[in-house]
Design a protein around this ligand. Structure first.
Ligand SMILES: Cc1cc2nc3c(=O)[nH]c(=O)nc-3n(C[C@H](O)[C@H](O)[C@H](O)COP(=O)(O)OP(=O)(O)OC[C@H]3O[C@@H](n4cnc5c(N)ncnc54)[C@H](O)[C@@H]3O)c2cc1C
Length: 374
């Protein structure tokens, strides 16, 4: 016994873009940042079509879009449908809610966008009926969905109950032959052959595909007139400061390079963002410990993360691995955060924050004036 820790050969792995297994060291869940970063940089125009053969059978992927885009988890469900499709199997992506990206880069051959079914409204029976109509028309071999708490997991379970077929939820690993799901509090993987409906966990499929789908738009079916048994009372917006950092979609975060906390808080308020901080900023007493992001603080997964005057030490980067867009403001072009950021502004933090606050106020006034003139 050397005491050296070995990789557990039975641990969950991620399905690569060719359908081969890839164990990702050091993390589970949302996937490694480098991969996520490069996947944002892919150029789908340069890639070949996945298949040029007419489809005789189908995979369907279903997911809600938010504010016109699919999150990484939803993207994985479509990519899984494409990776596991043979040449004669077509991939239909059914996207609920307005969608402004191109699902062809995720391997979708046909894309049906049901704009009217927004994730912010709860219309379970209409959603179910729409998906059901695609299922009846295409008779898919497999349906892939993200197993999340924001609508798809619920819809998926209702479809499972309707279809009465074999299904798997919380799928932690997947390939053409099987799916596996964690049980016994995680360490044991139970597997079964790839079932009809597959609800996947996040972080198990590489979405950086070497091919594209045909991306043909499909006219959605007429939405059925269904008197919902549920009454949707709508969403109530919460104040950004009341949202837990782990749930915040937009975070403005301060490091040692921020001298005026009040300016940062004003910027966060004007952008409707939550406030985060580096450990140094917290240690200096500028922010409470609950705001600390990083290895010994919170792990966040915001769509947009503003890192202001933060160097990007490895412990801080650990906490923002799952953030989709990182924008850095730093005086030093050589700071490590620059490598992680999608956009870096080399400037003085205080000056740039003041300029941003002014521009946001101007943009808001302009919008208000346009609305008033309508
Ligand atoms: C066990 C352990 C756990 C840790 N856990 C965490 C953690 O959870 N979270 C965390 O954040 N850190 C953590 N750290 C600390 C981490 O190593 C770094 O020290 C810390 O992240 C640095 O914070 P910073 O980037 O705000 O400060 P600094 O390293 O001082 O960087 C400040 C940055 O601001 C820039 N800057 C300065 N002035 C300006 C200006 N006027 N305008 C624009 N830019 C400016 C500088 O160029 C620099 O890049 C941990 C360390 C250890 C050892």
């Amino acid at each position: 016994m050397t005491g050296m820790k070995r990789v557990d050969p039975r641990r969950a792995y991620r399905m690569g873009s060719t359908g081969l297994r890839r164990i990702v060291l050091g993390e589970s869940g949302a996937g490694d940042a480098a991969l996520r970063f490069t996947s944002n940089q892919t150029d789908s125009r340069a890639k070949p079509l996945r298949s040029s053969v007419a489809a005789t059978r189908w995979h369907i992927a279903v997911a809600h879009a938010y504010r016109g885009r699919l999150d990484d988890h939803a993207r994985e469900a479509i990519a899984a449908a494409a990776i596991l499709a043979g040449p004669e199997v077509g991939v239909l992506a059914v996207i609920l809610g307005a969608y402004h990206e191109n699902a062809a880069e995720l391997g979708a051959d046909k894309i049906a966008i049901i704009e009217d079914l927004e994730a912010s409204r709860y219309e379970p029976q209409r959603e179910e009926a729409v998906v059901q109509s695609f299922v009846e028309h295409y008779a898919p071999e497999h349906i892939f969905m993200p197993d999340n708490l924001s609508g798809d997991g619920d819809l998926g379970r209702r479809l499972i109950a309707k279809q009465k077929g074999v299904a798997a939820t919380h799928v932690a690993e997947i390939d053409a032959a099987h799916v596996a799901t964690a049980w016994s509090s995680g360490p044991v993987l139970a597997s079964t052959p790839l079932p009809g409906i597959v609800l996947i966990d996040a972080g198990i499929v590489d979405t950086n595909l070497p091919f594209v789908g045909a991306g043909e738009t499909v006219t959605p079916p007429q939405l059925p007139e269904i008197a919902e048994r549920f009454r949707d009372l709508g969403l109530e917006p919460s104040a950004a400061e009341a949202i837990a950092l782990e749930e915040a979609d937009f975070i403005v975060s301060a490091g040692n390079g921020v001298s005026e906390v009040a300016t940062l808080e004003q910027l966060a308020r004007s952008l409707g963002a939550a406030v985060g901080a580096s450990r140094v900023a917290v240690d200096e007493g500028k922010f409470p410990r609950s705001k600390q992001i990083g290895a010994s603080g919170k792990t966040v997964s915001a769509t947009t993360y503003f890192a202001i005057g933060i160097s990007g030490a490895v412990q801080h980067l650990q906490g923002i691995k799952a953030c989709r867009h990182v924008i850095a403001i730093n005086r030093d072009a050589g700071a490590p955060i620059v490598k992680r950021a999608d956009l870096t502004i080399i400037a003085d933090a205080e000056e740039l924050m003041q300029a941003l606050i002014t521009r946001v106020a101007q943009a808001r006034e302009q919008t208000d004036a346009t609305e008033a003139n309508r």
